[in-house]
Design a protein around this ligand. Structure first.
Ligand SMILES: Nc1nc2c(ncn2[C@@H]2O[C@H](COP(=O)(O)OP(=O)(O)OP(=O)(O)O)[C@@H](O)[C@H]2O)c(=O)[nH]1
Ligand SMILES: [Mg+2]
Length: 320
C-alpha cells in the first residue's frame, strides 16, 4: 500500500502503486484518493485527441521536451479504449516517449479499458488526481477520437487539442463528429505532407463559422481557437504549440473561466462517483436479500429467465 506522504513528495514508485490500485478497482484506492484530493487542483490538464495514427504520441513526446525546457514537470496518461491489455503498458506509446524515461520529472502511464469500474473516464480522472497531487505542473491525456461513449476527454481536461492531418478531409469529419465544439486548439500534424496549407485554411474557415454564427458552441467563450501546423518527429511548430496551450491557460485564468471550468469538471466527477457508489451499495444490498436468493433459485430451476428475474428484482427493491 503506497504512503500518502510519498505520493505527495512525487515519489514515482508510490504513484505507480497508487495508480495500479485504481486500475485494479482496489477498495483502498477510494480512501487514498480522498486524502489526495485536497492536494490536487494545481495542474494544467491538456487533452490531445484525434484519429488513430495522426501522430498524437509523437507530438506529445515533442511537447514533453518543450515543457521540460521550461522546467515544468510533465505527466502523460495515454488512454486506449480499444486495448485489451490492462496494467498500464502499451508498448508503442512507451517506446515513442521512452527517451524521457530517465527524467525524474516526467511520468508516463497508459490506461486500458478492461476492468475499470465506472469506465475509463473515472479511472483516468482518478489517475489525473494522483498525478496532480504528486506535483506535476502539466498533465497531458492522449485519447483516440473524442466524445465517444467509452471515453470523453472533456470530462478531464482544461484545454483540448484536436489533431488532424492534411489530405484526409478530417476537417469535415470533425464537424460531423462534433469535435469542433470541444477543441480549443487545432493541430495539423504531418504538415510535411502536401496540402497542409489547405487543411489549415479549411479548419480556419470552419472555426470562423463557429465564432461568427454561434451555431457551434465554443468551449472557452472569447478565445479564438488557433490552428497550428506541426511536424512532430522534427519538433517543427512544437514551441508555438506549447506557447498556445499556455496562453490558453492564461486566457482562462484572466477571464475567470478556469474556476467555473474546474467546478464543472467537479460536478461531472461527482455524478460519476455517485453512479458508481450507488451501484456498489445497491448490489451489496440486493445480493444479501432473501428475494435475490429466491430469484437465483428460480433461474437455476429454469422456472424464471434472467430478464424477468432482473426486472422483478429491481421493481421489488426500488419503488418510485
Ligand atoms: N511524416 C510524418 N509522420 C509523422 C508525423 N508525426 C507522426 N508521424 C508518424 O506517424 C506514425 C503514427 O504516430 P503516432 O505518434 O503513433 O500516432 P498516434 O496518433 O499516437 O497513434 P495511435 O495512438 O495509434 O492512435 C508514426 O510512424 C510516426 O512516426 C509527422 O509530422 N510527419
Ligand atoms: Mg498514440
Amino acid at each position: 500500500m503506497p504512503e500518502i506522504k510519498d505520493i505527495l513528495l512525487g515519489n514515482q514508485k508510490a504513484g505507480a502503486r497508487m495508480i495500479r490500485l485504481i486500475e485494479n478497482n482496489d477498495r483502498c484506492a477510494f480512501d487514498l484518493l480522498k486524502k489526495l484530493y485536497p492536494h490536487s487542483g494545481n495542474a494544467f490538464i491538456i487533452g490531445i485527441t484525434g484519429s488513430p495514427g495522426v501522430g498524437k504520441s509523437t507530438l506529445i513526446d515533442a511537447m514533453i521536451t518543450e515543457f521540460r525546457k521550461r522546467d515544468f514537470k510533465v505527466a502523460v496518461i495515454a488512454v486506449d479504449p480499444t486495448s485489451p491489455f490492462s496494467g498500464g503498458a502499451i508498448l508503442g506509446d512507451r517506446l515513442r516517449m521512452q527517451r524521457h524515461a530517465a527524467d525524474k520529472k516526467v511520468f508516463i502511464r497508459s490506461m486500458a479499458s478492461r476492468g475499470q469500474k465506472g469506465g475509463l473516464s473515472r479511472a483516468t480522472k482518478d489517475t489525473a488526481i494522483v498525478l496532480d497531487a504528486m506535483g506535476y505542473d502539466i498533465i497531458i491525456i492522449e485519447t483516440v477520437g473524442a466524445g465517444q461513449a467509452e471515453f470523453d476527454i472533456s470530462f478531464c481536461a482544461h484545454s483540448i487539442g484536436i489533431v488532424s492531418i492534411p489530405g484526409t478531409g478530417d476537417g469535415i469529419q470533425a464537424v460531423k463528429a462534433g469535435i469542433l465544439e470541444i477543441g480549443d486548439i487545432f493541430i495539423v500534424n504531418k504538415s510535411d505532407r502536401p496540402d497542409a496549407e489547405a487543411a489549415v485554411l479549411e479548419l480556419e474557415m470552419m472555426l470562423e463559422m463557429r465564432s461568427t454564427q454561434g451555431q457551434i458552441s465554443n468551449p472557452s467563450p472569447g478565445w479564438t481557437p488557433l490552428v497550428q501546423k506541426t511536424i512532430a518527429p522534427k519538433g517543427t511548430g512544437i514551441k508555438e504549440l506549447v506557447d498556445t496551450f499556455l496562453s490558453h491557460f492564461d486566457f482562462m485564468k484572466k477571464k475567470d473561466l478556469i474556476e467555473p471550468k474546474k467546478k464543472d469538471l467537479e460536478r461531472l466527477y461527482f455524478n460519476s462517483l455517485l453512479k458508481d457508489l450507488t451501484l456498489d451499495k445497491l448490489m451489496l444490498f440486493m445480493e444479501s436479500s432473501e428475494e435475490y436468493r429466491n430469484v437465483l433459485q428460480k433461474i437455476k430451476s429454469s422456472s424464471m429467465d434472467p430478464l424477468n428475474a432482473a426486472e422483478i428484482m429491481v421493481n421489488k427493491i426500488i419503488r418510485f
